[in-house]
Design a protein around this ligand. Structure first.
Ligand code: WQD
Length: 350
């Protein structure tokens, strides 16, 4: 049974990917310093799979602590590297925080890949590497435009670092370019848990609908799109997770042979912000309290994927449509609210 190290395993995509890896017979360990996540995801993974996963609470920016994980686990076959900060808007305000965290952690990890000859490496990249694409949908061959945010720059630089390192070290690697991961595991035992005010659209919608936020704002209504709001490619987090397991299967199967290294992970459908809001109102049967607001720095106008390559090479078949994605996100928000109310009734728990 191949042993996989998942960095950022307590995070949104990391936790869903661990569930999928376990469901497909992989052995998994996690490293996550919980700076942007909490231990609840590990409990949810255990409840879903019946397997308790070890998480090393280590900051990958600390090389010695990272190295120690590999000394303790000399049988790691592959790494899936999720751990990074990922809020486009925040990265515009705090570029150095993003460059230091996202790049130093990656370099430390690759030093360990070299030191311990880890054969397979999957890098969590992003559609933000395309910048503002000249045309959509984008394929993996679409030329990269300048990144619109420091977050996007860290993903462009990260891809180059992984590619150049792999060329020198012979490591087999895959870059997975996510579009907009949304939704939650159908069990509602794991999901997206933004810390503080949500930066991403779907948690902003569900937190407004449930009353945590009094109102939400649509960032921009004057873009050259069909309704003036930005176009994105929303893809269910479980479909993103399954692509990671398929990417590892592909790497293990292609051992030593040349293979394709870059895949778009998107649904292939472009959806505007307003269309997502209206779809949510339909599935939740609620009227959402939102207002048109100013554009947000760092946003691209429109981007969505051509996902033919991942479908063909990885046998990836994303299943969830937008309504179902939003319904799982809403059920997760409702579950969190119910749990919070239950906890309030337990004396001494607050
Ligand atoms: C989507 C749209 C906002 C909040 C994300 C991830 C990034 C990467 C790509 C994986 C934009 C608008 C948002 C709100 C709004 N994924 N919006 N009101 O910026 O596309 O990036 O997907 O790597 O990591 O962050 O996603 O959800 O922040 O924004 O109008 O309250 O929704 O302006 O047009 P984004 P997002």
């Amino acid at each position: 049974m191949a042993k996989i190290l998942v960095t950022g395993g307590c995070g949104y995509i990391g936790s869903h990917t661990i569930v999928d890896l376990l469901d497909h017979g992989y052995e998994v360990i996690s490293v996550d310093n919980n700076s942007r996540s909490d231990g609840n995801a590990m409990k949810g993974i255990e409840q879903i799979t019946g397997q308790k996963i070890k998480n090393y609470k280590v900051d990958l920016c600390n090389y010695d602590d990272t190295f120690a994980i590999f000394q303790e686990n000399t049988d790691i076959t592959g790494i899936i590297h999720f751990a990074a900060y990922k809020a486009v808007g925040e990265s515009v305000e705090l570029p150095l925080l993003y460059f230091e965290n996202n790049l130093v952690s990656l370099i430390n990890l690759l030093k360990c890949v070299q030191e311990f000859s880890i054969p397979h490496f999957v890098f969590s990249s992003s559609c933000t590497v395309y910048g503002n694409p000249a045309q959509v949908p984008v394929t993996e061959q679409t030329p990269l435009q300048p990144a619109e945010s420091p977050y996007g720059s860290t993903k462009q630089m990260g891809e180059t670092i992984v590619e150049q390192f792999a060329k020198a070290s012979g490591t087999h690697y895959i870059l997975l370019r996510y579009f907009n991961p949304v939704g939650a595991h159908p069990s509602t035992l794991i999901g997206e848990t933004p810390i503080g005010k949500p930066q991403n659209l779907v948690p902003a919608i569900t937190q407004t609908a449930i009353g945590i936020l009094p109102k939400m704002y649509v960032h921009g209504s004057d873009y050259p799109t069909r309704d003036g709001s930005c176009v994105r490619d929303y893809i269910h987090v479980c479909d993103i997770a399954s692509a990671h397991t398929l990417a590892l299967d592909y790497l293990l199967k292609m051992e030593g042979r040349d293979h394709i290294n870059i895949f778009n992970l998107g649904s292939g459908n472009g959806v505007t912000v307003l269309e997502a809001i209206h779809a949510f109102e339909k599935v939740s049967q609620l009227k959402l309290n939102y207002e048109m607001g100013p554009r947000r720095n760092g946003d691209v106008v429109a981007i969505y994927a051509n996902n033919d390559l991942a479908r063909r090479e990885l046998n990836w078949d994303p299943k969830m449509g937008l309504d179902e994605m939003l319904l799982t996100a809403w059920k997760w928000e409702l579950k969190r609210k119910a749990e919070e109310q239950q906890n309030k009734q337990i004396p001494g728990l607050n």
